[in-house]
Design a protein around this ligand. Structure first.
Ligand SMILES: [Zn+2]
Ligand SMILES: [Zn+2]
Length: 123
């Protein structure tokens, strides 16, 4: 499988055998159509933009910002499917993301690896 985003070869992760991963952070389910991948990534991009805004806001602080933060977080709760977790990258200090798969009731059923948004490090 070649990455639809950057053209590098994708690989599979033992925890998610039916999913292809790429070092650039892209992934696709085995058998997922190109159209579906594009639609899903457009949604993820908008969620990540909200996330970046929330992180930037937290740095600047302020009560007004905290209220906005909460609104963004609420918005993310609604739009996030699959959910996204973040953590600091031990290699470059960037932000790592991973997606949490949930069933129709919102219960987590699995997760992929963390992938660094900056350097591509995985863990
Ligand atoms: Zn890629
Ligand atoms: Zn990194």
């Amino acid at each position: 499988m070649t990455c639809h985003r950057c053209g590098q070869p994708m690989y599979q992760h033992e925890a998610t055998a039916d999913r292809w991963w790429c070092r650039c952070g892209a992934w696709r389910d085995v058998g997922e159509s190109a159209d579906r991948v594009a639609a899903r990534e457009a949604e993820t991009a908008s969620v990540l933009a909200l996330l970046d805004a929330a992180i930037a806001g937290r740095r600047s602080g302020g009560e007004e910002q905290r209220i906005r933060d909460r609104e963004i977080t609420d918005q993310m709760e609604i739009t996030m499917s699959p959910r996204i977790q973040t953590t600091g990258c031990p290699k470059c200090g960037g932000t790592m993301y991973k997606t949490i798969e949930t069933d129709e009731n919102g219960n987590p059923i699995g997760a992929g690896p963390f992938v660094c948004n900056s350097c591509g490090h995985m863990m």
